[in-house]
Design a protein around this ligand. Structure first.
Ligand code: CUA
Length: 159
């Protein structure tokens, strides 16, 4: 097959720049330690139900920490545990969440809380709930046929 000289050059330049790009990407990812969000804690996704704090999902008052409550969520196809939770107004809450199966989203509508839950990883976010009302938690990562039904609810109530 005959190939024009310029065409060969373009193939070399194109392939070469792709290789250079991937090398730069790879080196910078390792060098800067890129990881999934937070990624400070890991959990065996097959044993989530037995491992603290995920063996007791829900809201728990804590002492001696920078936050007042810990709110533990376990996601699985296609629901969150707990399915509904009440939080006293003004509470500083550390949300701790993971998933038992596939990747799920964790977005609290009307706030800037938006986490991706990945199997094996623990996602955390500290937030203060100052506004009374109902806040829908929804899954914004497509996770299967029941994706659109996957939700929970935070109710912020007067103390
Ligand atoms: Cu869980 Cu979409």
């Amino acid at each position: 097959m005959h190939m024009h000289r310029y065409e060969k050059w373009w193939l070399v330049v194109g392939t070469g720049s792709l290789i250079v790009f991937l090398i730069i990407l790879g080196i910078s990812a390792f060098h800067q330690g890129h990881q999934p969000p937070s990624a400070k804690a890991y959990v065996n996704p097959e044993q989530v139900d037995q491992i603290s704090p995920f063996n007791e999902p829900g809201l728990k008052k804590v002492e001696g920490k920078a936050w007042d409550y810990e709110l533990v969520f376990v996601a699985s196809a296609f629901f969150y545990n707990p399915g509904e939770i009440e939080i006293p107004k003004g509470a500083k809450v550390k949300v701790i969440a993971t998933t038992k199966d596939v990747v799920h989203g964790f977005e609290i509508a009307g706030t800037n809380i938006n986490m991706t839950l990945e199997p094996g990883y623990v996602s955390e976010y500290v937030a203060t709930f100052d506004d009374v009302g109902e806040f829908l938690i929804l899954c914004n990562e497509y996770c299967g046929t029941g994706h659109h039904t996957m939700k929970s609810m935070i109710k912020v109530v007067e103390q």
